[in-house]
Design a protein around this ligand. Structure first.
Ligand SMILES: Nc1ncnc2c1ncn2[C@@H]1O[C@H](COP(=O)(O)OP(=O)(O)O)[C@@H](O)[C@H]1O
Ligand SMILES: [Mg+2]
Length: 403
């Protein structure tokens, strides 16, 4: 709006152009000139003026036609045309409006009137352009929001689905777990028999010796693998369980561990996890599924912050400190990422605020996290640590304070 307005003056009479120029130049406008319709179209296309003062009687194509063609090329919104003419008949004015003009000034023009109308139309044009810009901005914002919602919805569906998948995995995992425990017991019986055979039949010795040496390790590996599957499945079922929110006595340490199990994949390569004070924590009164969701959000954010800043080197540290404080259980989560830009510190809680690409962030995590914490009567805050990285502090009322 503060740009200098550009006005295209079209008249076949140089004298008229001179007069118009003498009125408008002192007002600081940038003036462009054309003495024919054809030339006016060229100039309008090249310079995109904010207003066109257009004579009707022109050599070659007349003003009406010129107006139509300019609008065809630039769009009617983009080039308001103010007709100038000695033809004062109503029919001419009507024709002027019909061909797309926004106003009509009769010649010989009166200086004050001309200036007043030019000013009015420039202002209108500027306001309209600004409105269009806002409208376009709003539309693109709405589209962005819609995309984010679709993504959030997909994630929500995934959550519901994963409850089913977790259930499907749980049964075979139980078979494997029971099977391997039985096998471990049987191996204790079998091992001495094989060892004896080994002694009796030295020809078989290398293969049997190999079995005796490796089978216990194999069994241990399978046991630890299946126990890991069961842990993740349990966490996934708590997290994804699609039921009404139920608050009950709950152990925040268990929620943290479940969340760490769920985020294991994100944390295992580049990040060392340290936990302090997990023993002797007072119980809280909470919906465990929601509390796990809170920690999953905070841990994945920390993982994002450290993976981006960490150049893939194993140098991220996620430190989780838990303590009982004045009727609350407090969890402090420190990461060694790049921290949060100062002017983002307030905005990170806004729904849809994200600094990540649309594929990796929805901007919903922290707003949901805060809602959950507030709904539990707790508090959450974010700050940057002086030594670098972000700190999130979550406080939740202890069971006896909450009930
Ligand atoms: N631990 C963190 N370190 C640095 N920035 C963070 C951290 N946690 C959150 N943020 C910032 O807050 C923004 C919003 O987080 P969130 O609401 O979880 O949405 P998303 O993770 O989808 O971007 C992130 O995009 C990021 O800019
Ligand atoms: Mg997030």
């Amino acid at each position: 709006m503060n740009d200098i307005s550009r006005i295209l003056l079209v008249d076949d009479s140089p004298t008229n152009l001179e007069v118009l120029s003498s009125y408008l130049k002192p007002l600081g406008y940038a003036l462009l000139f054309a003495t024919s319709g054809e030339r006016a179209i060229e100039v309008a296309q090249a310079a995109r003026p904010d207003l066109i003062l257009l004579d009707i009687m022109l050599p070659g194509i007349d003003g009406y036609e010129t107006c139509r063609r300019i609008h065809q090329a630039l769009g009617q919104q983009e080039a308001p045309v103010l007709f100038l003419s000695a033809l004062d008949a109503v029919a001419n004015k009507v024709k002027g409006f019909e061909s797309g003009g926004v106003d009509y000034i009769s010649k010989p023009f009166q200086k004050e009137e001309l200036i007043a109308r030019v000013k009015t139309h420039l202002e209108l044009f500027a306001v309209r352009r600004e409105n269009r810009r806002y409208a376009a901005e709003m539309e693109s914002l709405a589209q962005q929001r819609a995309r984010a919602l679709v993504h959030a919805d997909r994630l929500a569906t995934l959550g519901t689905l994963s409850a089913g998948v977790a259930h499907e995995i749980n049964n075979p995992a139980t078979f494997i777990s029971v099977g391997i425990q039985t096998m471990a017991r049987l191996w204790n019986d079998i091992e001495p028999v094989i060892a004896e055979k080994c002694r009796q039949d030295p020809a078989q010795q290398p293969r049997l010796a190999f079995a005796i040496k490796n089978i216990p390790d194999l069994i241990a590996n399978i046991k630890s693998g299946v126990s890991r599957i069961q842990k993740v499945v349990k966490a996934l079922r708590t997290y994804a369980h699609a039921g009404a929110s139920i608050k009950e006595r709950c152990d925040i340490g268990e929620c943290i561990n479940d969340a760490l199990d769920l985020c294991h994949n994100r944390l295992k390569y580049a990040i060392t996890v340290e936990k302090n004070g997990m023993e002797a924590l007072a119980p809280i009164y909470a919906d465990a599924q929601h509390i796990v969701q809170v920690f999953v959000n905070l841990f994945t954010n920390a993982a994002d912050a450290m993976n981006n800043g960490g150049n893939g080197e194993k140098k991220g540290i996620l430190r989780i400190g838990v303590s009982n404080e004045n009727g609350m259980v407090r969890v402090i989560i420190d990461d060694s990422g790049n921290g949060i830009a100062t002017d983002h510190l307030q905005r990170i809680w806004d729904p849809f605020f994200t600094t990540k690409s649309p594929e990796s962030g929805t901007g919903l995590g922290l707003s949901i996290t805060r809602d959950i914490i507030v709904e539990h009567g707790g508090t959450i805050k974010a700050e940057n640590r002086p030594e670098g990285g972000a700190r999130f502090t979550v406080s939740l009322p202890r069971l006896e304070t909450a009930i």
